[in-house]
Design a protein around this ligand. Structure first.
Ligand SMILES: *[C@@H]1O[C@H](CO)[C@@H](O)[C@H](O)[C@H]1NC(C)=O
Length: 407
């Protein structure tokens, strides 16, 4: 087994040059994040990554191994967010910022999306299925707490609870999830945002998605080639872009005419606009929580501002979908960003206000009990699920229903 070991010299340097003596622990984490971003592992050693966490005296307090499996898909790879100069605190904290047209996704392939206000849209019109369906997506992984796969029946049960969302995002083709999630989405008149997590054998892996479509692509919102591959240091932007274009060719041949994108963090999208340019729209993950200056009240304006930066980094102001955003319900604080159920609700509402027409994928459907924390996840990794939030609101229809000031 090979490891990509992060050096410690640069960390010590950052410690000594950073004046914030009261925040050494965070500095340490930030330094680690920056270290990873600046020195991605050479790709041939990426079987596993060892993360070393240091205390302020430079002693190793924690060593963890991160495997290449999806556990890091979501919250753990936003380390750049805290250090990027483009992520300074928004000055629009107190004001509701509405999304501009240009960041609302309107890929032509989505034109067949049904009108969410059309009463015929929902098969179940009973009073218990209240309210309108949202234009939002929700991310979902079909793993049990012990990382084994959920079967079709279990996936059906999960997805049925998410049908207030217009589409469900999944990350890979393991566990037969292309098939099981697509089947379940069809049952609930939802679309899927499908993805490949690894891109080393796209012919074989895309075939799983092509098989799941079974000649009918109308369920497919988007197909993503990779999630945060550049941020994770496992591929260069050039490698990702090349693979996106090859994948698009394969998918067009198979009859899919919808958007083909790669997903990465907003910081990487800004740093490497070609990731955006070569995608059919910009697909960026953005979590305000990983910026230690952010409060949940500002989550929406913050994410909207980053989406704008992503768009502005492209030649023609390309459209953006935020393919992951949310707030953890438990874990350690990251500076001003404090996890709690209440803050998760505040952030959720803030995000809805800033993106009233959709254009975001909430992260995530359920608490991902199969994930492991590492040095930069603040103990939040298992606590991003919206399900608990929905329960406290009396169900997803209530959660997604009109906001107080819209009633
Ligand atoms: C394709 O799938 C959609 C959604 O499940 C369905 O409504 C439609 O009838 C299907 N089209 C064909 C030709 O089977």
């Amino acid at each position: 087994m090979k490891y990509c070991l992060l050096g410690v010299a640069a960390l010590a340097l950052l410690h000594s040059t950073d004046g914030h003596v009261h925040h050494h622990r965070q500095v340490s984490k930030r330094a680690l994040r920056q270290q990873v971003a600046d020195h991605p592992c050479p790709k041939e050693t990426l079987t596993n990554t060892v993360v070393v966490q240091l205390d302020q005296a430079g002693h190793t307090v924690d060593v963890q191994t991160r495997s290449a499996r999806p556990p890091t898909t979501a919250t753990s790879d936003h380390r750049v967010a805290s250090t990027s100069s483009s992520t300074k605190r928004s000055t629009t904290t107190s004001q509701t910022v509405q999304s501009d047209r240009y960041i609302i996704p309107q890929p032509s392939a989505l034109s067949h999306l049904l009108d969410p206000l059309d009463s015929n849209f929902l098969p179940d019109t009973s009073a218990t299925f209240l309210g309108q369906r949202s234009n939002y997506g929700i991310s979902y992984s079909p793993y049990k707490a012990d990382s084994t796969c959920k079967n079709q029946e279990e996936v059906n049960k999960d997805i049925r609870q998410l049908r207030q969302f217009s589409f469900v995002r999944f990350y890979g083709i393991d566990c037969d999830q292309a098939e099981t999630v697509t089947n379940a989405a069809r049952e609930n008149d939802m679309m899927v945002f499908a993805g490949l997590y690894d891109i080393d054998d796209i012919e074989t892996d895309l075939q799983k998605i092509i098989d799941a479509a079974d000649g009918n692509w109308s369920t497919f919102h988007t197909i993503s080639i990779g999630n945060e591959l550049v941020n994770r240091g496992s591929k260069t932007p050039a490698e990702v872009v090349g693979t996106v274009n090859s994948a698009r060719g394969i998918l067009r041949q198979a009859g899919y005419e919808g958007p083909v994108v790669t997903v990465d963090t907003f910081s990487q999208m800004i740093a490497h606009p070609e990731l955006c340019e070569e995608s059919d729209y910009c697909a960026a993950n953005c979590h305000a929580f990983f910026d230690s200056n952010q409060t949940p009240e500002n989550a929406g304006p913050y994410v909207l501002e980053q989406a704008r930066h992503v768009s502005e980094a492209t030649k023609d102001g390309k459209q953006v979908i935020i393919t992951e955003t949310g707030w953890p319900s438990a874990g350690e604080a990251n500076g001003d960003a404090v996890p709690s159920r209440q803050n998760q609700m505040i952030a959720f509402k803030s995000l809805r206000r800033s993106f009233p027409d959709g254009g975001i994928v909430f992260f995530s459907a359920f608490d991902d009990k199969w994930k492991q924390d590492n040095a930069w996840t603040f103990g939040t990794e298992k606590h991003w699920g919206l399900y608990g939030l929905a329960k406290s609101a009396g169900g997803f229809p209530n959660l997604i229903g009109p906001l107080e000031d819209e009633v």
